[in-house]
Structures are given as structure tokens and as C-alpha cells.
Design a protein around this ligand. Structure first.
Ligand code: CTP
Length: 399
């Protein structure tokens, strides 16, 4: 069944950003129900949210064309997550005191699901001690607060009070919808390419985008794990609620991974680490010459092989294998040689799989088994990989 997200919209100018949030979530196939306060309808027409969500917008508790007596209760029962975005000082004050004088606050009070509050208001209103105390009270009540940002506000002031980034709010919602199946687990994920310097302005790298590693980090985090992401240079933004360590070269990655490897219950090496680096990189820019230029390459240390050799008891080690030929054979050999529990093999020749795509076609290889997985999004692949990693442990189920 589709997860149900109730989005409460209150009367602030940031309400226009909620349209994008509803649109994004709808595309991900959630069941979205918007409740607006009367003031919110001064900023955005309910029809906008109705068109975007595909569901009728609730505003008035006593709407005569509607089953008013049950609407707030049925939505409250249905909701897997209730998020108020934007949340004005007024609505925050009401919800911490249990006031229920419209559809939004009535439904909120009746709801027992996860609740997320995204304040957006003028800096003065936000900094007012009463608002600060109310926000604190929300936290004590177990509501998640997505703090507003600093910036230029619609009133012309510059300061805190700007609605948090929509992507951040979306991630908080998706995180709240998951069962914490990996709670208490510490997982290290490596992602992206490495860069091996030729001189101060040039380097050798590969096509890795870091997307598969990011998908793994995001899903592991959503499932409640404590995630450390060790990432080579990518164009991706840092993920919230994840400890991200940025590295450049294979040597940096080796150092950052191995020095903390003992802390983790599971290490997933999705990074495309360079096998060779430049021997004696130039300290000054290399000038062009008439003749050919020869670069001397030397081997880097194999991080995965090192981790396999120094694996602590019960630690789960998952490698990746990107191949252009003999996928299964090569991946299985890597699994055995590097002492991995499993290796995720993908072929660069398969359409929809590989470096820069949002989808992947993986095969899960263990020393004694092979499991083919259909082409799917990298996030769906990530879920399957994590389930495979923790297979046999009681906290992982198949939903
Ligand atoms: N890997 C690593 N350190 C390296 C090279 C690779 O940790 N110096 C890891 C990768 O993160 C990946 C796995 O080893 O999880 C396999 O990487 P891949 O490049 O497919 O294979 P290699 O072992 O490097 O072998 P080859 O390049 O010959 O295929």
C-alpha cells in the first residue's frame, strides 16, 4: 500500500515552495493529502495543491460538501507522516498547546504518526523567546524540527527564518517513513572516483559519479544506520544526517577508510578507486614539450583487499566489481581473493547500468552463490544490497 503523507500548509509566503515538495513526492508515488489553513489560501490557491496531489484539499472543518465529521479523523488515521510546511509562529504556538480550531490543527492533534515541523517566518518572530520556547516544546514532544535557514526574507530582512531547503524536507519525510531496521548498525560506504595528481593542475580519474554510493548511504541512513560516507570528488551535494569525509586520491581514501575500519559493522566499497597513481607527481605545472611525454604509474594499495585481510569478527565486507567482460567469473574471483562476504557486480555494457545513470543492473555474488537482480533505480538496488549484507540478521525484513 502507498505510504500516506499529510502536508499541512499555513499562511506564509514560503507556501509557494510547498508546491514543489508536493510535486516531488507525488512523482515518487506517495499518497499526498494537503490541508491548508484559511490564511494559506491567501497565498496559494487550493486548486494548485489539488492538481499536484490528485486529492481534494481540506481547509474547513465544517465544509458542508464534505464528510466534515470524519475527514480529520480519517486523515489522521491514514497518515504515515504529518509535515507542516511552512509552519508559522502562530501554528507552532497552537500545536504545542493542543489548540484545534481548524482542519489542520484538529487533524494534527488527532494524529499519532511521525510529525515534522518546518518553521518559516520573519527573524524577529522566530527569535522571540515565546517562539523559541514553543519550538523547544515541539522537540520535547518528539516532533522533528527542520530548522529554517539564514537568508533574504520576503519582508526584506536578512536573517534566519527562510524555509529550509525543499530537498532537505523531502529527505526528512522519506526517512521518517522507514522502519529503523538498521538501527544501531554502523556502516561505512565509499563512493565516487579518486583523482591522482599529475601536477598541480592535472589529474587522472575515471567516470564514477558517486550516485550508487550516495544511494546506499541514503537508504542505510533512512533505515536508521549510523553512516559514514568516504567520498572521492563528485558533483553531488552532501547528504544530510550522514558523516561525509571528502578525499581526493586513492592514498587519502586508503588512510581514511583503514584508520576507522574497526568501528564499522559493515563496509561497502562502491568507490571506483584508481589502481595506479603517478610516480613522483610534478610540484610545478608540466610544460609542453616537442616530444611525447611519458608518465610513470605505480600501483596503489588495494583498500578492499586490505580490509579483507584485517576483517574483524562479524564485520560484513561488500565489494563492487565493474567489468566489461566475464562479469561473473571476474567478480567471484575478486570476492574470494579479497575475502569479501559479497561482491556487487555490474557490467558497463548493460544499457541503463554504469557510471552516470540513475539506474543499475546488479548481480550479487558470494563465494558460493549468484543472484541476478533486474534493472532498477540505484536507490532500489541500494535497498537490496543492504538487505543482502545483513541477511540472516533478525532486524531485516523484506518490506
Ligand atoms: N578497490 C579498492 N582499492 C583499489 C582498487 C579497487 O578498494 N585500489 C575496490 C573497489 O572499491 C571495488 C573493488 O575493489 O569495491 C573492485 O574494484 P575494481 O576496480 O572492479 O577491480 P580491481 O580489484 O581494481 O581489479 P581490476 O581493475 O583488475 O578489474
Amino acid at each position: 500500500m502507498k505510504k500516506c503523507i499529510v502536508i499541512g500548509v499555513t499562511g506564509g509566503i514560503a507556501a509557494f515552495k510547498t508546491c514543489q515538495l508536493v510535486s516531488n513526492l507525488k512523482k515518487k508515488d506517495y499518497d499526498i493529502h494537503v490541508i491548508m489553513t484559511k490564511n494559506a489560501t491567501e497565498f496559494i490557491a487550493p486548486l494548485t495543491f489539488e492538481s499536484l496531489s490528485g486529492n481534494r484539499v481540506s481547509i474547513d472543518t465544517f465544509d458542508r460538501n464534505f464528510e466534515y465529521s470524519t475527514q480529520h479523523i480519517s486523515l489522521a488515521k491514514k497518515a504515515d507522516c504529518f509535515v507542516i510546511v511552512p509552519a508559522t509562529a502562530n501554528v507552532i504556538a497552537k500545536i504545542v498547546h493542543g489548540l484545534a480550531d481548524d482542519m489542520l490543527t484538529t487533524t494534527f492533534l488527532a494524529c499519532s504518526c511521525k510529525k515534522i515541523i518546518c518553521p518559516a517566518m520573519n527573524t524577529g518572530m522566530l527569535n522571540n523567546q515565546i517562539t523559541q520556547e514553543n519550538i523547544m516544546k515541539c522537540k520535547e514532544l518528539g516532533y522533528e524540527i527542520i530548522d529554517s535557514d539564514d537568508g533574504y526574507l520576503a519582508c526584506g530582512d536578512i536573517g534566519k527564518g527562510k524555509l529550509a531547503d525543499i530537498d532537505l524536507i523531502e529527505q526528512a519525510i522519506e526517512k521518517s517513513l522507514e522502519k529503523p531496521l538498521l538501527k544501531g548498525k554502523r556502516i561505512c560506504i565509499t563512493a565516487g572516483p579518486t583523482q591522482e595528481a599529475i601536477d598541480p593542475v592535472r589529474f587522472i580519474t575515471n567516470h564514477s559519479s558517486g550516485k550508487m554510493g550516495h544511494a546506499l548511504a541514503k537508504i542505510a541512513r533512512n533505515l536508521g544506520a549510523e553512516v559514514t560516507l568516504i567520498e572521492g570528488p563528485t558533483s553531488l551535494s552532501d547528504l544530510p544526517w550522514i558523516n561525509t569525509i571528502h578525499v581526493k586520491s586513492a592514498k587519502d581514501m586508503f588512510n581514511e577508510v583503514t584508520k576507522r575500519a574497526d568501528q564499522f559493522d559493515c563496509i561497502i566499497k562502491a568507490a571506483a578507486v584508481a589502481d595506479y597513481t603517478i610516480k613522483n607527481p610534478a610540484t610545478q605545472k608540466v610544460k609542453k614539450q616537442e616530444n611525447d611525454l611519458t608518465l610513470v604509474l605505480e600501483r596503489t594499495d588495494d583498500i578492499l583487499a586490505y580490509l579483507g585481510q584485517h576483517k574483524k569478527e562479524n564485520q560484513i565486507l561488500c565489494g563492487f566489481a565493474m567489468e566489461t567482460e566475464n562479469l561473473i567469473e571476474n567478480a567471484r574471483n575478486k570476492c574470494i581473493k579479497k575475502n569479501c562476504d559479497l561482491v556487487i557486480a555490474n557490467s558497463i555494457n548493460t544499457e541503463g547500468a554504469g557510471f552516470k545513470t540513475d539506474t543499475n543492473k546488479i548481480t550479487i555474488i558470494r563465494k558460493d552463490s549468484i543472484k541476478e537482480v533486474d534493472l532498477m533505480s540505484k536507490e532500489e538496488c541500494a535497498r537490496i544490497i543492504l538487505e543482502e549484507c545483513f541477511k540472516g540478521e533478525s532486524y531485516v525484513t523484506n518490506n
